[in-house]
Design a protein around this ligand. Structure first.
Ligand SMILES: [Ca+2]
Length: 95
């Protein structure tokens, strides 16, 4: 009995403080979660070259990034043959 009282009494005090803490916490208003409406831009600065409808060569692109962008988005199956060694990197020779 003595042991259980030594445990339950402090426990009751702690629970009392917790309940009191909730009661004194007047800020029960639900916090508004701001939902950003802006989505990350997925658009690219590159413009589809006119050769896209015919046949593009590495010479039609000014930079490797430009050729790579075209290769990944508009060159299915490497139909323009920009990736001769088929390693997924188009026009390695371009800067
Ligand atoms: Ca390549």
């Amino acid at each position: 009995m003595e042991i259980s009282n030594k445990i339950t009494v402090p426990l009751a005090i702690i629970i009392g403080f917790i309940i009191l803490g909730f009661m004194l916490d007047g800020d029960n208003a639900p916090e508004r979660v701001s939902t950003p409406t802006t989505s990350p831009s997925t658009t690219s600065n590159f413009i589809l070259p006119s050769c896209a409808s015919t046949d593009c060569d590495c010479g039609d692109f000014s930079t490797h990034a430009y050729a790579q962008w075209f290769h990944e988005n508009y060159n299915p199956g490497d139909k323009h043959r920009l990736d001769g060694n088929d390693d997924g990197v188009a026009c390695e020779s371009l800067p």
